[in-house]
Design a protein around this ligand. Structure first.
Ligand SMILES: [Zn+2]
Length: 224
């Protein structure tokens, strides 16, 4: 059965050495990404047992190498797990445990990024649509801040219900040879989002929604 062979490559965004964004309470994005990636893998393995994490140790590894590993290990799709920040002009300081940190409570929610200019474009969109649909059904809302007409954003929303943005210059998406979606799980500079995203129950709910989206995509392809 094709379904049983279906395999997902999960990319933990960033690395231990370069953690990505910094949360409102001073935790590196990488650690949020790793939590979600590990939970997602466990969930996926029940049904799609060949699924794997591209960079389980969180070492330094280039984005093109990540894309290559996914292809070499014969994954069907690539899911890159990230947590979001906002543009600098929205950041302010606050004190948490005697330390100053950046935060911004203006924006909240997940975002999905895909390319629209590659051979995989239809599948990218289909996969993202399924993930976004399940996130929405589970009461997750997406953030519109990436579509704001300011420097560094100004991205086109290509599915206003599912929260899918076009991002053709994002390197992991560009390099990937598979249908790929980059998931920004939430905004870790937002103090409320960060609290939620640190919580086991919320993480499980998020992972279940992403998982269901992937499963629906796999089923849909099988039917097609
Ligand atoms: Zn990131």
């Amino acid at each position: 059965m094709a379904e049983k062979k279906f395999s997902v490559a999960i990319d933990i965004g960033h690395s231990k050495a370069r953690v990505g964004a910094m949360s409102a309470r001073g935790v590196g994005e990488f650690y949020f990404n790793r939590d979600i990636a590990q939970k997602l893998l466990i969930k996926l393995k029940n049904k799609f047992k060949h699924s794997f994490i591209i960079n389980p140790k969180g070492g330094k590894i280039s984005l093109s190498r990540r894309a290559k590993i996914a292809k070499e290990k014969k994954a069907d799709i690539l899911i890159s797990i990230h947590h979001d920040s906002v543009q600098e002009e929205y950041l302010s300081f606050w004190k948490y445990q005697e330390k100053k940190h950046y935060y911004s409570d203006i924006y909240s929610g997940y975002s999905l990024f895909v390319t629209t200019n590659k051979v995989t474009k239809d599948k990218n969109f289909l996969l993202a649509s399924h993930i976004g649909e399940m996130l929405r059904k589970n009461n997750f809302l997406y953030s519109r801040h990436h579509s704001e007409k300011i420097k560094g954003e100004n991205r086109k929303i290509i599915n206003k219900t599912a929260g899918i943005y076009e991002f053709n210059d994002l390197i992991i998406l560009k390099k990937s040879l598979l249908p790929t979606v980059l998931v920004e799980c939430g905004i870790i500079v937002n103090r409320k989002d960060e609290m939620n995203l640190s919580e086991e129950h919320y993480q499980n709910k998020l992972v279940n929604a992403i998982y269901q989206g992937i499963e629906n995509y796999a089923l849909k392809l099988k039917i097609d």
